[in-house]
Design a protein around this ligand. Structure first.
Ligand code: M6R
Length: 605
């Protein structure tokens, strides 16, 4: 939810920390701060609002010097966004500063206890207890004090701490929140994710739960929960800084929409050999399962709704899809004959992790579909398939979603092959259609300027509806979410056949209805629903397959996308809707990459 970073070396820490925070800003952007250790004091700068405000303060503070420091960009959970609640937090004696991503669930209890000892708290945050407890526990050994402190913490954390008395040393620790160490020469780093480090080093070490890192300019030492030193492996990052930058696009979202053909290709091609789907990562006996549950949040859940349709259709096994925040508390009926598929771009979503643990406790096998390599979900799952989409920075997911859908489709074809529920002809036809998706996605992207025109025509609708049936309905869910999250317009997705059961009361003259018409088996039915809303004065923007002429007499405007297999429709059909959301938000002057109240990685409940 928040982004943290740290640096220790021979350069001034301030500019390096600020650069890292700019790259981490997608994780939270309501306030930011940095602290550096200089001589035997800790200097701190904080600003409410975006990292750019902090940069202004930094530029106006020439004596903010120091070669070891920590930084934080915040998505508020405890206490309003303010300078006081912004991280880093300082201990009452001014000796320690901490940045933290996660939630300390027992903070109230620790806070009350420390207050009894006369320790005064300045902020409303849960985080401040970490640094106050650390200072209380400190008896001359920095690492021991941190180990003792984290032993008391419940919840989740990725922490970076500096000490006025320990020049050049940063301690870092993690539990259920991502934390990566960057290895340099004579300088070392930590951060919530690779994007903050990639311009400085490509050698990283993933920290695991319960571990502590002692970072100095010369070396990084790792310790397990009992304080025993452990060895960790260095991972070399293959993508470069351009992947984490806008490469000439105005927004990350547009860049990531445009990257979809390559992202799909990277996800598909390594897994197809001689017209067969090869999932080397899966050593699964599919015959062992009698049902599948899919769980995820937000867009990943929408991808799961598509996946449910594809898997059920090809594998003839019951499949349920449910949002993780509900599943985790529902006491779901499942056992060792259940396969649970969890989907997550970030691999760090708290609700998804909790649902996954709940399912595991019931004996289910967990297969994760994840984008971020080495993320918590990837590590916790029994099996993991990576969507090779590359870094996704915009808060609104685009290439993350389409690569999830295609990987679910590939899994479905593979599983149907294993379970012998698909004919050889249908199998090969699906594989061929999957292989053609990158090229078809490119053709859908060629609608860019036409979609922009549509957005300019319809951008001022205050409330709109997305309708569709079957696969089109699953896409409607995602198209509607995309629009509302970045343009702040009220938007609802409806199964087209459900409109007449209530929602049609909201259709009035001028209301925009986006009708998804690519699932051709039910096209006639959707056209009837279009006629019903048109009869009540709605304007209709349809997305249909190229060659569908009938739709031109029904809808006010049409976006025609390349024809593909009915089960693969969502991968192509969502593309004009992503572009539509983007251009509507742009026309409305919204902050597209950092929509209000949202953050990229939702690591809190
Ligand atoms: O990282 P995850 O895929 O687990 O994230 C799940 C949702 O938080 C995410 O899809 C969210 O709905 C996006 N803002 C949608 O664009």
């Amino acid at each position: 939810m928040c982004g943290i970073t740290g640096y220790t070396g021979f350069n001034q820490a301030g500019p390096i920390l600020l650069e890292g925070l700019k790259r981490l800003e997608y994780r939270g952007y309501d306030s930011a701060g940095i602290a550096v250790q200089d001589e035997s004091e800790i200097k701190m700068l904080k600003a409410t609002g975006k990292v750019s405000h902090l940069v202004e303060k930094f530029e106006a503070t020439p004596d903010f010097t120091g070669v070891c420091g920590i930084g934080h960009t915040r998505w508020a959970t405890h206490g309003i966004p303010s300078d006081t609640n912004a991280h880093p937090h300082l201990s009452a004696d001014g000796k320690f500063a901490v940045v933290h991503n996660g939630i300390i669930e027992n903070f109230a209890e620790i806070r009350a206890e420390l207050q009894k000892y006369g320790i005064e708290f300045k902020s409303e945050t849960d985080t401040e207890v970490i640094v106050q407890l650390l200072a209380y526990n400190y008896k001359g050994n920095f690492k021991m004090a941190l180990m003792k402190t984290i032993a008391r913490l419940e919840g989740s954390y990725a922490i970076g701490v500096i000490s006025a008395d320990h020049p050049g040393t940063i301690l870092a620790a993690r539990l259920s929140s991502p934390l990566i160490i960057g290895i340099g020469i004579g300088e070392n780093y930590f951060a919530s994710d690779i994007t903050a480090l990639v311009s400085n080093t490509k050698n990283v070490i993933d920290m695991d739960d319960g571990e502590v890192a002692e970072i100095t300019p010369e070396e990084v030492k790792f310790y397990d929960h009992a304080g025993r030193e452990i060895n960790k492996e260095i991972r070399h990052i293959t993508w470069d800084i351009a992947s984490a930058e806008k490469s000439g696009y105005e927004h990350f979202m547009l860049k990531e929409i445009m990257e979809q053909p390559q992202a799909l290709k990277a996800t598909i091609e390594p897994r197809v050999k001689d017209e067969s789907i090869v999932l080397d990562e899966l050593n699964l006996d599919m015959k062992k399962f009698n049902r599948i549950h899919i769980t995820a949040c937000g867009s990943a859940y929408h991808a799961g709704c598509v996946g449910r349709g594809i898997i059920e259709s090809l594998c003839r096994i019951p499949v349920e899809a449910e949002v993780a925040s509900e599943l985790r508390y529902r006491d779901p009926i499942m056992d060792e004959k259940t396969l649970v598929i969890v989907i997550s771009q970030s691999g760090e979503t708290a609700d998804t992790i909790a649902a996954m643990k709940e399912c595991r406790s019931k004996g289910a096998t967990i297969l994760a579909i994840v984008n971020v390599v080495g993320s918590s979900i990837a590590k916790l799952a029994d099996y993991c398939l990576y969507t090779w989409a590359g870094p996704e920075i915009a808060v609104a997911t685009t290439k993350g979603y389409t690569t999830q859908v295609v990987l679910l489709a590939m899994f479905a074809v593979w599983a149907a092959g294993e379970m012998k529920t698909i004919s050889q002809g249908a199998y090969i036809s699906m594989v061929k259609d999957i292989m053609r998706l990158p090229e078809r996605a490119q053709r859908a992207l060629d609608l860019n300027s036409r979609v922009k025109t549509m957005a300019e025509k319809y951008f001022d609708n205050s409330s709109l509806f997305f309708i569709g049936r079957n696969m089109d309905y699953a896409v409607a869910l995602e198209g509607s979410l995309k629009l509302k999250e970045i343009s702040y317009l009220h938007s609802e997705a409806y199964a087209a056949g459900e409109l007449k059961h209530g929602t049609i009361a909201l259709i009035e003259p001028g209301r925009l209805v986006v009708a998804l018409c690519c699932y051709e088996k039910l096209l006639d039915k959707t056209i009837s629903n279009i006629q019903q809303v048109k009869a009540r004065g709605a304007r209709v923007l349809a997305v249909a397959h190229e060659g569908n002429r009938a739709i031109f007499t029904e809808a006010d405007d049409v976006l025609s996308v390349p024809v593909t297999d009915p089960l693969l429709v969502p991968v192509i059909e969502i593309i004009p809707l992503q572009l539509f959301a983007y251009y509507v938000a742009k026309k409305n002057g919204c902050d597209i990459d950092k929509p209000k109240n949202l953050a990229k990685s939702v690591t809190v409940e």
